[in-house]
Design a protein around this ligand. Structure first.
Ligand SMILES: NC(=O)c1ccc[n+]([C@@H]2O[C@H](COP(=O)([O-])OP(=O)(O)OC[C@H]3O[C@@H](n4cnc5c(N)ncnc54)[C@H](OP(=O)(O)O)[C@@H]3O)[C@@H](O)[C@H]2O)c1
Length: 299
């Protein structure tokens, strides 16, 4: 049993990780948040309200924590500064293990808003703490908006966000590449279960790669047809198309982020072999087919 501190654990992927750790009934939990979290407190979780500009305050909040897991919204210099302060506080508090907020794929060099993640990752590597970065590919939950059943579960932390690439409700698919590119897709609830299981491992690899499922977009289109009975209207964007769009000067920050994410998929950055799955064989993630059956099948 160790004390695990989850920064940003009150919502998003952090909340799925907190829930999965709670379910193991094996560890003590601290959640760091910038505001009170009465719901978590009522579940017996030690919530510490923190100001990420104060290393001293973060250090106090991390007293007794063995592992720190960052789930902060890592999109730029503000959150990179917050994560660097968290890392420094973890070092000063005598924490053994640290996880930076990655939760994606090896695409930090393609996506401008992820450059802060790379800064944090380099600092983590030279921190002398034990560390790992979890990569999980695309969240399967991005295919949940508008689904027919159990939308809350389907979306998880992807609540109030638009469908990404596959919009089953609208019957459209925007495919980066030519459809034959393999991509790793993982449900966030399964990411949580893998992370909770990884706490038991005696040693961490520098990279912990999780795969819920590995599919091509062509296969996803066929699954939607077979399971949901929908023929998706397909638009494909090749690497060249995406580079052309990104070379234009009329994109705002959000659009740039979106097309860079598509480009990273088209470049194959979301295709990788899992490593953590074989260390945690008891964690059985949901497949894409079962996700569509569970949330989009009409009968
Ligand atoms: N693979 C995928 O498909 C995928 C999709 C989406 C996101 N992600 C990744 O998942 C991670 C979480 O992203 P998200 O968009 O889901 O995050 P989010 O839920 O929007 O935010 C997570 C937490 O970050 C904290 N936070 C937000 N802004 C902050 C700031 N300026 N300073 C300090 N803390 C701040 C908040 O905690 P408090 O308010 O409680 O302090 C918030 O609950 C990121 O690394 C992101 O890249 C991956």
């Amino acid at each position: 049993m160790v004390r695990v501190a989850v920064a940003g654990g009150a919502r998003g992927i952090g909340l799925d990780i907190v829930q999965a750790i709670l379910d193991t009934k094996k560890h003590e939990l601290t959640v760091l948040s910038r505001t009170d979290q009465p719901l978590l407190t009522s579940k017996g979780i030690d919530v510490r309200v923190v100001d990420y500009s104060s290393v001293q305050q973060l250090k106090d909040a991390l007293a007794g924590a063995h592992t720190v897991i960052s789930c902060l919204a890592a999109y730029g210099s503000d959150t990179a500064a917050a994560e660097l302060a968290l890392l420094e506080a973890a070092k000063q508090a005598g924490t053994a293990r640290f996880v930076p907020s990655e939760w994606n794929s090896a695409c930090n060099d393609v996506v401008d808003l992820y450059s802060g993640k790379e800064t944090v990752w380099k600092t983590v590597q030279s921190s002398r703490l034990e560390y790992t970065r979890f990569t999980n590919g695309l969240w399967m939950n991005v295919w949940g908006p508008g689904c027919l059943r159990d939308e809350e579960e389907a979306l998880g932390p992807y609540k109030c966000r638009p469908p990404f690439c596959i919009d089953v409700g609208a019957g459209t698919a925007l495919i980066p590449g030519d459809g034959s590119q393999r991509i790793v897709v993982t449900r966030t609830q399964d990411v949580g279960r893998f992370v909770a299981a990884a706490l038991e491992l005696p040693r961490w690899e520098a990279e912990s790669r999780i795969a819920g499922d590995i599919v091509t977009f062509n296969e996803v289109v066929q699954l939607v047809k077979g399971i949901c009975g929908k023929d998706l209207n397909i638009t494909m964007l090749s690497v060249k198309d995406l580079e052309g769009i990104l070379n234009g000067d009329n994109l705002d920050v959000g659009e740039r982020f979106y097309y860079q994410l598509l480009l990273s998929i088209a470049l194959g950055r979301t295709d990788f072999e899992p490593t953590l799955n074989s260390f945690c064989p008891h964690v059985k993630p949901l497949s894409v087919a079962d996700y569509f059956r569970r949330h989009w099948k009409s009968d």
